[in-house]
Each structure stands twice: as C-alpha cells, then as structure tokens.
Design a protein around this ligand. Structure first.
Ligand SMILES: [Zn+2]
Length: 332
C-alpha cells in the first residue's frame, strides 16, 4: 500500500532470544509507527503466541501450524507479541453465524480497545469482515500483518483455509510467517532479504523435522530464480522495503522468494564457518547500525551491495551441480 495503513502486509529451548526492548513512549502518529518499523517493532517477550481459532474448525490445523511456529520459536526465541488467527471452511461453510461473529469480534477487540485515540479502524466492517469474505470465497492465505496503531503493537499471523493445503504446508507456513516476526525485531530490509530469509528458514528448519526435502526445495527455487533471471530481473528489482512496486508483481515469487533464498544461502556461506546460527545472531543485529545494504556487504565481505550482487550474479551463472555444492558449506 502506498499510504501507511492500519496494518501492513508483508506476506527456546536454547533461549537464543531475540534482542531489543519495547520502544520508548511518545505520542502516536503514523510517522512514529513507521519509525518503529524502521527500528524494529517487535522484541523478546515471555508470552507465547495466542491462538484464535474459528469455533468448529478442526483443531488439527491449529496443531500443525503451531508445530511450525514452535519450531521457529525454538530457533529464534519467543518474539512478539503475536496473535495467530486460523479460520477456514468445514463442509463448505465458514462456521456458524455466531462462530463467525465471535471470531471477528475477538480479531477486532484489541484493534479497537487498545488503539491510540483517533486511530481506531473500522475493523468489523473492514479487516475483520475481509477475513470471513476470503474464507467464504475459498481463498487461501497465510500472512503477517503488523498492527502499529495500538498501545502495544503486535503481529497477526493469519492462516485462511489451511484445510486445502498439503499436510506439510501447514507447519512450513507457520515457520515462514514466524520468521517474519523475528525479522521485525530488527530494522526493515529489502524484499529479497526478507522473503528469501523466510523461505530459507521454512526450508531449512522444515527439513530438520522432515517437512521439507531441503536440496529438492533449493533446486526448485534455483529453477524459478533462473526463469526470473532469463527475464532480465534480479535482486536489485526487489529492494522494496514495504510496498512491492506494481510492475514487479509478476516477478515477486521468482526473484524475492526463489532468487532471494539462494542469495540468503550465499550470504550465510560467506561467513567463516557458514553457520546458520551465526547468521541469526550476527547478521540481523548488523541491520541496526548499518542498514540492510551495508549489513549485507559487511557480512559477505564485499565492498558494497553492488559487489555482492555482481558476485552473486556470477554464482547464478554456474552450472546447477556446482551451485548445489553451496549447501554443503552451510551448517547449523
Ligand atoms: Zn513471507
């Protein structure tokens, strides 16, 4: 969206904990909301994600999504606050009328009760109603939205019609969306880095649980990335931070997600030991001091982002089998 809206679409056991604390209080304006996003809007908290499930919707979907979210929380730490909304069709119906009402009321409750004065949105007829409309029309969605206009900003992870997904897609999408929550502990970054990172963690963490064949997923992504590359598109077309440019919509999947996941893997492999935990612990904090371009260059050991792009472009020109060897260079 072009104007800051009430929400933004972005599509520990080892207590690695996301760092950062709540931001200092100041009168709220859209600009201060935007500033929060630029600095990193979420933080390490103790409260686990809260699940809101449409009454009557089978709980097996919630459990499968939660297993992915919990896998990501084990790796990233518990960040938030997070509310998870799960709804969909059962026998062609999106619950009963009263179940739908109760779900929308709960979805809108915090948005209405905790909104800064003057920033209440028309949730019941707007975003709340939309959830039911999408579910009723059979749409399938999984996304993060960030509610920035409430006293305490929070993440909404919404999963619509998960009943139509493959059995492994539920936990994988849980990992993907929760990765975005972790990413937003830190300053916003380019679309390819954000989506590429989420795809990397859904595939890699997913593979640890047998939900994903990691090499196979990476081969598929490389094939899609090469399609985008053949169309003359590259990472520099996916540097949007919040709003995807309209003209890039056709390339979003191939470049931000599929070329992005390889770029993130390439970046991880640039560190001295290819450690994925090191990437989590050292790369993301670099965003605070340096912004994403410089953070990428610093981590990759390149002069600047342009040199990173050209080095990565040479990598994309290699035969697939030597590209796949990169996967052997990264480790937990
Ligand atoms: Zn995403």
């Amino acid at each position: 969206m072009t104007r800051p809206g009430p929400w933004l679409w972005i599509t520990l056991l080892t207590l690695v904990s996301c760092q950062g604390g709540p931001a200092s209080r100041e009168p709220f304006t859209w600009e201060t909301g935007e500033e929060l996003l630029r600095r990193g809007i979420f933080h390490a908290i103790k409260t686990p994600p809260e699940y809101i499930v449409l009454e009557g919707y089978p709980l097996e979907y919630r459990d499968a999504i939660a297993s992915g979210i919990d896998t990501a929380r084990d790796f990233f730490g518990n960040c938030g606050p997070v509310r998870v909304y799960i709804l969909g069709q059962t026998n062609g119906e999106v619950g009963t009328a009263s179940a739908r009402q109760e779900f929308v009321d709960e979805y809108c409750r915090l948005r209405l009760e905790n909104a800064h004065p003057g920033y209440e949105d028309d949730c019941l007829d707007g975003p709340g109603k939309r959830l039911i409309d999408v579910a009723s029309s059979g749409g399938q969605e999984a996304y993060l939205s960030i509610v920035i206009f409430t006293e305490t900003p929070y993440a909404e992870l919404t999963f619509i019609n998960a009943n139509d997904w493959g059995v492994n897609d539920l936990p994988i999408r849980g990992i993907h969306e929760y990765t975005h929550v972790f990413q937003h502990v830190y300053p916003e970054a380019a679309g390819w880095l954000t989506e590429g990172g989420a795809v990397f963690f859904e595939a890699w963490l997913g593979s640890q649980n047998g939900w994903v064949d990691f090499p196979q997923a990476m081969r598929r992504s490389m094939s899609n990335a090469q399609e985008g590359r053949a169309a003359g598109r590259g990472l520099n077309d996916m540097e949007y931070v919040r709003d995807l440019p309209e003209e890039m919509v056709p390339y979003h999947r191939n470049i931000a997600y599929d070329m992005g996941v390889w770029a993130v893997t390439f970046l991880i492999s640039c560190s001295r030991d290819g450690s994925i935990e090191r990437f989590r612990d050292e790369f993301y904090p670099l965003l605070r001091e340096n912004g994403w371009q410089q953070a990428v260059a610093l981590y990759a050991g390149t002069e600047d982002i342009a040199e990173f792009y050209s080095t990565f472009e040479r990598f994309l020109g290699q035969p697939l089998e030597s590209q796949m060897k990169l996967l052997e260079k990264i480790k937990r």
